[in-house]
Design a protein around this ligand. Structure first.
Ligand code: SF4
Length: 306
């Protein structure tokens, strides 16, 4: 296998735990403040009815059972032994601390679960919740995953994110104070953003030295407000070659130590409207590797003053 020119999260996990670690997504029943505290109101432009969640979650079962079912599949397919519980859809800090604790503890009680990741919004992290997350950080291998998408307020407004960049910075600061590992989600190819704007997001995240990043490609799903705009011809979609170039540009501007948890986006096949080329995930990832190799650059190559 050729040498990767960026920090691959799965390799980091393998090193740390002495073997492959499989992430299992769970839906603990949370709602989202940006959907009016429910699951039914529209929220972010790209949010699907399942709260931008993963496919294959056994919703409706308790957390423990969702994990046991996920484990069963992973063990059968990959002889997996180590797992991360990933509280993924909606906003997984949107409850009082006692309720959060009960749900998080269920996950850590499952055999083979070596850590957890909690996904949420920057405006859903009051001090008492951050304190609780700090406790889990000390107890286990813990990641806080924050949706940001872009550092540009104009874009955040267009996406109807319901928070601005300053709110993200505040959350980032609160997480840092408690020593939390922070993984930030961004999207490349957002309407209204040119290359320079996207690369400003990379440079800012390098400045902040975030611990991890998920780079998503803008993909349009059926049943989302973005899907409606796309059908009206209002959402330009990147070609694969454009995305590959942008992703390489973005990686070059990230801090060399930031772990890359994800490098493309592959929405659920049955509701993906565009771009369909994103379904060929390995082709996209290989093309990004090829591009970095062709340039002779790597993650951090264009970070100034590092
Ligand atoms: S913050 Fe997440 S769950 Fe809430 S509306 Fe936006 S994408 Fe959906």
């Amino acid at each position: 296998m050729r040498e990767k020119r960026y920090q691959v999260f799965s390799s980091h996990l393998k090193e740390r735990f002495g073997g492959r670690v499989h992430k299992i997504s769970v839906d603990a029943g949370f709602s989202c403040p940006n959907r009016g505290g429910t699951r039914n109101r529209p929220g972010c432009l790209f949010c699907d009815p399942d709260g931008s969640g993963a496919v294959g979650i056994d919703r409706g079962f308790p957390v423990t059972e969702q994990l046991e079912r996920g484990k069963e599949i992973m063990v059968r397919k990959y002889k997996a032994r180590h797992f991360l519980a990933y509280f993924q859809p909606f906003s997984n800090t949107n409850a009082p601390p006692a309720q959060l604790r009960a749900l998080y503890d269920q996950a850590l009680g499952v055999e083979g679960v070596v850590g957890m990741a909690v996904g949420t919004r920057p405006d859903c992290l009051p001090a008492e919740v951050l304190d609780l997350l700090g406790e889990y950080h000390r107890r286990t291998y813990f990641w806080l995953e924050l949706g940001l998408q872009s550092i540009h307020d104009k874009t955040l407004g267009y996406l109807r994110r319901g928070h601005d960049y300053a709110t993200f910075l505040q959350a980032c600061h609160g997480a840092r104070e408690r020593g939390l590992r922070l993984c930030v989600h961004v999207i490349l190819g957002l309407p209204g953003e040119d290359r320079a704007m996207m690369l400003e997001t990379a440079a800012e995240l390098a400045r902040l030295r975030v611990d991890g990043i998920k780079i998503h490609l803008l993909h349009v799903l059926e049943g989302t407000p973005l899907g409606d705009l796309y059908r009206q011809g209002q959402v330009p979609i990147l070609e694969q070659a454009e995305y590959v170039e942008l992703a390489a540009d973005f990686i070059e501007r990230l801090h060399p130590a930031t772990l890359i948890h994800r490098l493309t986006g592959d929405g659920p096949r049955d509701i993906l409207l565009a771009p369909l080329w994103s379904l060929n995930k390995w082709e996209v990832l290989n093309a990004i590797d090829d591009e970095l190799e062709r340039r002779g650059t790597r993650q951090g190559s264009r970070v100034q003053g590092r």
